[in-house]
Design a protein. Structure first.
Length: 72
């Protein structure tokens, strides 16, 4: 399963990550950048370290799980 992770910095300088399931592939870098700017401008999310104040990055994360037969 793929996830889009948006990484921000809060007022305490800590990283805050928001994840979105099943992102559009390929990722639209301009749309993601614009959305992150809007999240900051409108103060959409709270964090324990204060308001979100800056963008740190964005990434697609894919998790692959492989079961191992242990003979049960």
């Amino acid at each position: 399963m793929k996830k889009l992770e948006l990484l921000f910095e809060n007022e305490e300088g800590k990283t805050v990550t928001y994840s979105l399931d099943s992102p559009v592939d390929p990722a639209d870098e301009v749309a993601i950048n614009t959305a992150m700017d809007e999240i900051i401008a409108q103060n959409v999310f709270d964090s324990t370290g204060g308001n979100i104040v800056a963008k740190k990055g964005a990434r697609i994360v894919e998790r692959v799980v492989t079961d191992i037969d242990i003979g049960m």
